[in-house]
Ligand binder design. Structure first.
Ligand SMILES: NC(=O)C1=CN([C@@H]2O[C@H](COP(=O)(O)OP(=O)(O)OC[C@H]3O[C@@H](n4cnc5c(N)ncnc54)[C@H](O)[C@@H]3O)[C@@H](O)[C@H]2O)[C@@H](O)CC1
Ligand SMILES: Nc1ncnc2c1ncn2[C@@H]1O[C@H](COP(=O)(O)OP(=O)(O)O)[C@@H](O)[C@H]1O
Ligand SMILES: [K+]
Length: 491
């Protein structure tokens, strides 16, 4: 598990650490880590470091100070360093003097660099890049290494509201901040430099699951197990108009568990035809016992869907409510009120579904997606999995995880139906609902990555992937589970 801390938590911890550290030592530690990352990238891009050209964009704060001190280290490796000072009177004085002594130059233009370092603004960043910085950044045609975070991106929410740096690599110090997991598009590869902050940090505000966390959580059958003991998943999805959603959700559950999957609904014949190992009936009441239900994908928002949702909630087992199920709940609060409060619910909205269910409660989905998901989770006493490029999973007790995507290939029709089946299968194994939702989101992203690249070792990005329909994401689920399980085995 990786921890993520808010800027307020980090500042408090930094203050404590600063109080017991010699002046300037932390900044030099940070800058050394930064320079190392710059040298690595220079080598990767140009085959060497000596004589290569690096331009530093230097703002008024300590973020610019880090960049200037990194410039000093780069000079020692014979890199030609130019500093563009956005606010010359307020540039970090000691860093600037040291860079000048080391042979760095100050310029008003970029000077045709091989690489640019963004030291415009750091933890104190507010709002988009100001015009002068934005104009410079716009001229950059080489990779950018961001100091601590890409300037112009909000450190606590990852939101972008105007011009911002899009970095190839972000080098951060002491601890990950929310921007690093909420906006991987602007951060690029994130490198964490240890400056000894660990002992000063409180519990993290957010967590990110790692492959071995998911591998440990994924239930596997033991010698005394049979098809029932591993948890049976029920799927109530699909309608005459949307049988495909039923096939995708059911298929994801079938591939995610070695136990058993039941289907109840209008698409019984289609689903049975596609997944012969599944037991299908026409309605929820006849489905038999399950340990978790999935309800909503392709259900429709009419009377029929409403009755199915009511029947599922009446079963009072852990339930994942998705898609039309969420829309139905939003329109029929009485359904929600009638549910058994002891049966955990996982809601899996995309933004529009989130707005439908949250706005009547006075919760707006603004720039702070974590805050919005947390608030809804608390108000509805449910786990809320808010979909997006970075998926946020909040529990009613405040525990929150973020699952960043590595590409946007998952933004395809039916992709969410696959996710829902995964959530259902994991809920049925008895896993904590918040963790179940988080592991499902992880496996979903991993499956999307495998499907888009067809290469287990690759990370799918916009350059390497190909479009991946939901059926392909589905087929990649075993590969995703294998990746998680082999991470455990590797320990
Ligand atoms: N405190 C510490 O111990 C350490 C801090 N470090 C560095 O220090 C940084 C924080 O330094 P500061 O607290 O000086 O804050 P910043 O470097 O974020 O700079 C604050 C200045 O930027 C201005 N500013 C805010 N938003 C702006 C925008 N959109 N456009 C232009 N200017 C803007 C502010 O008005 C203020 O003058 C960290 O991000 C990190 O890079 C590292 O050296 C590690 C150690
Ligand atoms: N830009 C994006 N980058 C990465 N993942 C995305 C992006 N947009 C959507 N997703 C993911 O794709 C899935 C889409 O689900 P959903 O909107 O319910 O689609 P559908 O209803 O067609 O199945 C979610 O898991 C979401 O997190
Ligand atoms: K920066």
């Amino acid at each position: 598990m990786l921890g993520v801390w808010t800027t307020t938590q980090i500042r408090t911890a930094e203050d404590r650490l600063l109080a017991r550290t010699p002046d300037g030592a932390l900044m030099r530690k940070a800058a050394f880590g930064l320079a190392t990352a710059v040298l690595d990238l220079l080598r990767e891009r140009t085959g060497g470091t000596a004589g290569r050209r690096v331009t530093l964009l230097v703002g008024a704060g300590n973020n610019g100070g880090d960049a200037l001190w990194a410039g000093v280290f780069l000079r020692r490796r014979s890199v030609a360093v130019t500093a563009v000072l956005l606010n010359p009177d307020r540039a970090h004085a000691a860093g600037l003097a040291a860079l000048r002594r080391a042979g760095g130059r100050v310029s008003e233009t970029l000077d045709d660099p091989d690489l640019v370092v963004d030291g415009i603004v750091g933890l104190q960043a507010h709002g988009p890049l100001r015009p002068a910085a934005a104009a410079l950044v716009e001229q950059v045609e080489v990779p950018i290494v961001a100091v601590d975070l890409p300037s112009g991106v909000d450190p606590d929410t990852g939101a972008v509201d105007g011009p911002a740096v899009r970095a190839a690599v972000t080098v951060t110090f002491g601890a990950r901040k929310p921007v690093h997991v909420l906006n991987t598009t602007h951060c690029g590869e994130v490198r964490l430099v240890d400056i000894g902050l660990g002992p000063e940090l409180p519990d993290p505000d957010l967590i990110v699951l790692e492959p071995d966390d998911v591998g440990y959580a994924w239930r596997v059958p033991g010698p005394r197990d049979d098809k029932y003991t591993q948890g049976v998943t029920g799927i109530a999805a699909g309608s005459a108009n949307y049988p495909g959603a039923a096939v995708l959700s059911s298929g994801a559950a079938v591939l995610a568990t070695s136990g058993m999957v039941r289907y109840a609904g209008y698409a019984a014949d289609v689903v049975r035809g596609r997944w012969p190992e599944l037991v299908a009936t026409g309605n929820v009441e006849d489905a038999g016992r399950v340990q978790a239900w999935v309800v909503g994908p392709g259900l429709g928002t009419g009377q029929a869907g409403r009755s199915i949702l009511a029947a599922v909630l009446h079963e009072a087992v852990p339930t994942c409510v998705d898609a039309d199920g969420i829309t139905l709940l939003a329109a029929n609060p009485a359904l929600w009120d009638a549910r058994d409060p002891d049966a955990p619910v996982v809601l899996t909205p995309h933004d529009r579904e989130f707005a439908r269910i949250a706005e009547p409660l006075g919760i707006k989905l603004g720039a702070d997606r974590v805050a919005a998901a947390r608030e809804l989770a608390k108000r509805l006493d449910s786990v809320v999995l808010l979909k997006g490029n970075a998926t946020v999973v909040a529990a009613p007790d405040g525990r929150t995880l973020v699952n960043p995507a590595t590409s946007s290939w998952l933004a395809t029709a039916g992709s969410g139906d696959v996710l829902t089946g995964l959530v259902g299968a994991l809920l049925a194994t008895g896993l904590d609902p918040w963790l179940a939702a988080g592991c499902a989101a992880w496996a979903h992203v991993r499956a999307g990555e495998l499907a888009a690249t067809a290469d287990a070792s690759a990370t799918a990005d916009e350059e390497t992937g190909v479009p991946t329909p939901a059926s392909r994401i589905l087929e990649a689920i075993p590969g995703a589970i294998r990746a998680a399980r082999s991470a455990v085995a590797a320990y």
